[in-house]
Ligand binder design. Structure first.
Ligand code: HEM
Length: 260
């Protein structure tokens, strides 16, 4: 009954407003923090290709349980992807509440942004725009990773980039992720007062510098990584679809053949 009254009047019988929006904001922050930190780890994992194909292969197999099983188990990766996907969906669903949902709201926001010329207000627009783009780009990537977990590897990933012509998709996703994640983590710090210290103005300036440094670092790392996969994919184009064999295995086979 109390819920029904609040539904009509906007406040409870005691005249209090619901705490649900605050709780939803909290969940949005927590899922955003998880995804932001996850993306840092993810970028380091994906960029192992810059060290060597063998290293990327070893890390991939580690995620497939190579330390515990004699055979790789790609379903472990699919399970991790589905978990991340669930968090991603919750975060996106909660983010949707903040988007302008008709032209009037959009127009009011644009006017406000133009008049204020305030960095953090403009940043919000970038975050909303990149967030919207990720509804599609992020979902497509996560779905592919979940159903094709067994193809992840130095050749599988590179063939996807070059022979399946997915590099433009990844370029857009990379830009969206890095801007969205960088701004998101910065806004989390401002919203919850992390690292605020005694001098809020000074610490906000420093936070902004740190945000830019992190964005530039991950963008540069991401672009180099993307270029490395495209290069490997190009060199491997005639054998696209063939799985990578680590150097140790190739050498062992060569040795056995030569001796025989
Ligand atoms: C557990 C979940 C995830 C796994 C296992 C995973 C795995 C991978 C792999 C293997 C690649 C290399 C390309 C390929 O094989 O297709 C890649 C690239 C990429 N992923 Fe993910 N990913 C996950 C989640 C995400 C999420 C949530 C995002 C952001 C929404 C994301 C954004 C990207 C971007 C931007 C690239 C391109 C990186 C670059 O080229 O520098 N990934 N991912």
């Amino acid at each position: 009954m109390s819920d029904l009254l609040e539904g009509f009047l906007g406040t409870s019988v005691e005249g209090k407003k619901s705490r649900v929006p605050a709780k939803l904001d909290y969940v949005q922050s927590a899922t955003g923090l998880f995804l932001g930190l996850f993306m840092w780890g993810h970028m380091f994992f994906v960029s192992t290709i810059l060290i060597s194909k063998d290293f990327m292969y070893t890390i991939t197999k580690m995620f497939e349980g190579s330390m515990f099983f004699s055979e790789p188990k790609p379903w472990i990766v699919s399970a991790i992807v589905l978990f991340v996907f669930a968090i991603f969906i919750v975060h996106a669903m909660l983010g949707m509440r903040k988007l302008p949902n008709n032209f009037r709201q959009y127009q009011a926001y644009k006017t406000h942004m133009g008049m204020m010329k305030h960095d953090d207000t403009t940043m919000w627009f970038t975050q909303a725009f990149t967030g919207f783009a990720m509804f599609f780009l992020g979902s497509a990537h996560l779905f592919t990773m979940a159903v094709k977990a067994d193809e992840i590897g130095p050749y599988g990933s590179a063939d996807r980039m070059y022979s399946d012509f997915m590099w433009p998709f990844y370029l857009l996703l990379l830009l969206a992720v890095e801007f969205h994640g960088g701004i998101g983590l910065y806004r989390l710090c401002v919203k919850w007062g992390w690292f605020e210290g005694e001098h809020a103005k000074e610490s906000r300036k420093n936070l902004k510098k740190a945000k830019w440094a992190i964005t530039v670092f991950f963008l540069a790392l991401g672009l180099l990584t993307l270029a490395a996969y495209v290069k490997i994919g190009y060199e491997h184009r005639d054998n696209a679809g063939e799985a990578y064999k680590p150097t140790a295995q190739v050498e062992a086979r060569y040795d056995v053949k030569v001796r025989a």
